[in-house]
Ligand binder design. Structure first.
Ligand SMILES: Nc1ncnc2c1ncn2[C@@H]1O[C@H](COP(=O)(O)OP(=O)(O)OP(=O)(O)O)[C@@H](O)[C@H]1O
Ligand SMILES: [Mg+2]
Length: 599
């Protein structure tokens, strides 16, 4: 039992960690937090005054205006009389009633501003953490993102940050709770000292015993829940993306069952948390009511308690009991919310640790000759071996270069290394005389237009999709690019033309049309290096031929442009200027395509 109380105090480290995390992310405005504490304090001070004034008011009515009796009725009445006397104000029922009204109205006004302020603080923290988490993840390395999943991503950038923000709200409630208790205790102590002391000791004892035991259990369950929430989101997003596979393999029931298993666990855990909190309330309210009534009864019997004292005592206790209850609920709630910060912090720190720090300072390059791989090694993870081994080859500037090789030989890995999506474990990659790591990342992204093997269209208009990442582009350039990829006629035939929405992942287009839009996007970027990883695999050979002819025209027009394409079709790479053949992560052949074909 006491062990749990000690554990409860250890939560302090958790709270400190949470605040440090918020400070690190610069998630809140200190001045606003102080203001919220100040408003909270003032609200309660006025509440205390509002309730306190009831004591003299009731006493004054009871003693029927007899000042001497009034002064003797309680400490509070004495203090009030002295203060008013000092100010030369005459005591009256109207004065006391007006004061009560004034205090209560002021309390409500302050409460109004405080509620809005707290909501603003929480929403701001939520927004800030969301954005920080998002940008930190996006800046992280391929290795980190590769090991990540969609569910975790949504949780880390939305759901859990909300919990992290709510924790701050919890702190503020916690503070007002303690203050409420202190204020009412003061009122009660001034009304009747000993009974209050006894009552408070009893209630605190119950709160700590029940609160700590239940809080520790809640902590364990909440930590489980954070994991389960992420697992569930991961499952549903993946199933949404793979809905066609689920339908064609007729596995809807199986998948539903799989979701149900996780949902069941979430259900059990969340009910458990509520059960714990409800049990705590049940025990607390029952025990405290019994104790209060017993104490009150014995006090009335043994100390001559007058009617005013009984009323005040009851009013304050009626207000105190829910405060104690909320206080206890708050401990549980805080424990429930805190694991979320741990989840975010761990992800944030790992993402930060694994982000690629840009050491490059070159921001202008005159590429004349070649891109050279010098003894490059690469593995996706430690368990893997020999994805790329001691790789050496050159890509010719101003030419169409083809990287060919069997599936899984490492072609996509190579082009990801050129575009610095991946970073080599060992070895160097030179752009003429500049090593890739010396080239500023921003400049490198401008230098290269890269179509990965799994390109992406946003759920947006054709226009926004093809001009994505490009600065202002003229209508002429847009239509020129669309003509090069043979999409101009199709788009002109659409009722909304360039404003047509392509749907989620571009699903309202055919596979080949999607590829051609992505090619147009890369062309519009107007970069010096164009990398196409199977960029025409879904179009018919005739269209592919036309596109390749267009690429040749581009090369002729802009001499310094370098094209690197990966293609399985012999007909495609036979027409290129230079071929690099890869097998099992090693170069098998490098040179003129004609000789390669013969060899
Ligand atoms: N994200 C990844 N994590 C771990 N291993 C990977 C990852 N991507 C690729 N690999 C492994 O690296 C090797 C090379 O893959 P890569 O994608 O470069 O091949 P490829 O030549 O482009 O193949 P394909 O012609 O099928 O596209 C493969 O054995 C693959 O299993
Ligand atoms: Mg590939």
């Amino acid at each position: 039992m006491f062990e749990n109380i000690i554990k409860l105090f250890k939560l302090k480290n958790y709270v400190e960690g949470h605040i440090k995390f918020l400070i690190k992310l610069k998630a809140f405005n200190k001045a606003k937090i102080y203001l919220a504490f100040l408003l909270g304090t003032l609200t309660l001070v006025f509440e205390g005054l509002g309730v306190s004034i009831l004591v003299p008011l009731l006493s004054f009515i009871q003693v029927e205006g007899d000042i001497e009796k009034f002064k003797k009725s309680s400490l509070l009445c004495l203090y009030l009389y002295n203060s008013l006397d000092f100010l030369n104000i005459k005591l009256s029922t109207i004065l006391l009633s007006s004061m009560a009204i004034l205090f209560i109205v002021l309390r409500q006004i302050l409460n109004y501003f405080n509620l809005i302020l707290i909501q603003k603080i929480t929403a701001e923290i939520h927004k800030k953490i969301n954005l920080e988490m998002f940008s930190c993840l996006m800046k992280s390395s391929y290795r980190f993102m590769n090991a990540f999943n969609t569910g975790k991503f949504i949780n880390a950038t939305d759901i859990e940050p909300q919990m992290v923000a709510m924790t701050v709200k919890s702190y503020l409630t916690f503070y007002t709770n303690i203050l409420t208790m202190l204020i009412y205790m003061t009122v009660l102590l001034l009304t009747s000292f000993i009974p209050t002391l006894l009552g408070v000791i009893f209630l605190s004892f119950i709160v700590f015993i029940t609160g700590s035991t239940f809080a520790i259990r809640t902590k364990r369950i909440s930590e489980n829940l954070v994991g389960l929430r992420s697992e569930y989101r991961d499952l549903i997003t993946e199933r949404f993306l793979g809905w066609k596979t689920i339908k064609t393999f007729d596995t809807v029931n199986k998948e539903t069952l799989r979701l149900l298993t996780v949902q069941q666990k979430i259900y059990e855990n969340s009910v458990s948390i509520t059960r714990i909190s409800a049990t705590a309330q049940l025990l607390f309210i029952s025990i405290s009511t019994i104790i209060i009534l017993v104490v009150l009864n014995s006090l009335i019997a043994n100390f001559s308690f007058d009617a005013t004292k009984i009323v005040i005592f009851s009013v304050a206790f009626m207000r105190l009991t829910p405060t104690f209850k909320v206080f206890q609920y708050n401990i549980t709630r805080l424990v429930e919310l805190l694991p979320s910060y741990k989840f975010c912090e761990k992800i944030y720190e790992n993402a930060e640790k694994l982000s690629n720090t840009d050491k490059g300072n070159i921001s202008k390059l005159e590429l004349n000759k070649e891109i050279e791989f010098k003894n490059v090694y690469f593995n996706y993870n430690e368990a893997q071996k020999n994805i790329l081994v001691n790789l050496c080859f050159k890509v010719k500037v101003g030419k169409i270069n083809a990287i060919v090789g069997p599936s899984g030989s490492g072609k996509s890995t190579i082009v990801s290394l050129i575009s610095k999506i991946l970073i080599a474990d060992r070895g160097e990659i030179f752009f003429d005389n500049s090593e890739i790591n010396q080239i500023g990342e921003k400049y490198l992204r401008k230098l290269i237009a890269y179509i990965p093997q799994d390109p992406f269209l946003f759920n947006d208009s054709i226009l926004n999709n093809i001009t994505y990442g490009s600065k202002k582009v003229s209508q002429k350039k847009i239509w020129d690019a669309l003509t090069l990829v043979k999409m101009n006629k199709f788009i002109k035939s659409l009722p909304k033309k360039l404003d047509t929405n392509v749907g989620l992942l571009g699903q309202s287009l055919s596979g080949g049309q999607r590829q051609r839009l992505i090619l147009a996007r890369a062309l519009l970027k107007n970069s010096e290096i164009l990398i196409l990883d199977e960029a025409t695999s879904a179009v018919d050979t005739k269209t592919e031929d036309i596109i390749h002819k267009s690429l040749h025209t581009i090369i002729k027009k802009r001499k310094k442009i370098t094209i690197i394409l990966i293609s399985h079709r012999v007909s495609s790479f036979m027409k290129t200027d230079y071929v690099i053949a890869i097998k099992n992560g090693k170069v098998q052949y490098e040179g003129n395509p004609k000789n390669y074909h013969r060899g």
